[in-house]
Design a protein. Structure first.
Length: 341
């Protein structure tokens, strides 16, 4: 076995961004949505609904995302204790996402320029996306009227010049439009409603889509659209069911994932004077002589694998060639090894 220390220029680090569909089966747009009757009938339905790509009992069915309703005042859900106001599943969810997104228990959610005390959450299942969601690829259609009126939402990453950050990473506002373009029917030039701010937020680094309940409800009086959020106290508001219905009937949720692949390229150089003699012990006789005279002056060897070692000669990785590579004094070889992580 022959060893050679790498020079500094023999190792190159490269990074590239890979974009892929996030839904099960490499589907770009999710058009059918299913819930589990077992889960909805359980206590967990007070907090969230899991949304599947097919019927939950069908083979190949996987959770794609979850929906939940968050309310600062605890409205829209039953109180944990009727003697303690404002403490319910919706207030718990509000607090959880306030800690995750804002990192501050005293800060309220602001959508665009307006504050809202309640919103809906679409939490993409962690197994669906690799590293983060890709801004500019969101296209969500909501069926928000029994007459068939729809509201198309996208993020504003393609039209803003400065990226906003929170504790959960990058933050983009949701606007009326499609794939980063403001709709011609938007309520104002920002793609927001006139008096309730943006339609929500996209947090690509944690896989979250927040829908501003105030903006969705405000659309009712502005143009016949809306979700009619139930904000009564100590009631079964069915708001999880409400947001699921408008997503299911809209039948269009498109978004992609983005992953940065870092690669180490290692260049193994075998110059004409190197690695020409075989290290196979069968080449040497018991008396220490070379068995074949041709290997004395005109040696040949075949490179079949390259081992990568540390300074203690511990083998860290092995790169095997697809076929043996002939090496002699008249040839130089360059083997490129790619390590992805």
């Amino acid at each position: 076995m022959s060893y050679k220390r790498f020079d500094a220029e023999d190792v190159v680090v490269s990074a590239e961004s890979i974009t892929t569909p996030i839904w099960t089966g490499d589907v770009t747009t999710l058009a059918t949505f299913f819930t589990s009757s077992t889960q909805i009938g359980a206590t967990s339905a007070d907090y969230y609904y899991d949304i599947y790509n097919t019927g939950s009992t069908i083979e190949g069915s996987r959770v794609q995302f979850s929906v939940a309703y968050a309310d600062k005042k605890g409205s829209g859900s039953l109180l944990y204790n009727s003697n303690v106001t404002g403490k319910s599943p919706s207030s718990t969810i509000y607090g959880q996402y306030r800690n995750l997104v804002l990192g501050d228990e005293d800060t309220d959610f602001t959508f665009g320029t307006e504050t809202s005390e309640y919103f809906y959450v679409l939490a993409i299942d962690r197994a669906r996306y690799k590293e983060k969601l890709l801004p500019g690829t969101l296209d969500l259609k909501l069926m928000v009227s029994s007459s068939g009126a729809t509201l198309n939402l996208t993020d504003n990453s393609n039209i803003v010049t400065t990226t906003t950050f929170a504790d959960a990473g990058r933050v983009y506002e949701l606007i009326s439009g499609s794939l980063g373009t403001i709709s011609s029917g938007a309520k104002n030039t920002n793609g927001y409603t006139t008096n309730a701010g943006s339609y929500g937020k996209l947090l690509p680094d944690v896989g979250l889509i927040l829908l501003n309940g105030k903006a969705l409800d405000a659309a009712t009086s502005a143009g016949g659209l809306g979700t009619s959020t139930n904000r009564n106290s100590d009631v079964v508001g069915n708001n999880n069911q409400t947001i699921y219905n408008v997503i299911r009937d809209g039948a269009n949720l498109r978004i992609q994932s983005e992953e940065t692949i870092t690669s180490n390229f290692v260049f193994v150089r075998a110059r004409n004077s190197e690695f020409n003699y075989s290290t196979n012990p069968s080449l040497i006789t018991g008396s220490g002589e070379i068995r074949h005279n041709v290997m004395i002056n005109s040696p040949q060897s075949y490179i079949t694998a390259v081992g990568l070692y540390n300074d203690n000669n511990d083998l860290l990785a092995v790169a095997k060639l697809s076929r043996p590579l002939l090496k002699d004094f008249t040839k130089e070889s360059l083997v490129r090894i790619k390590l992805d992580y």
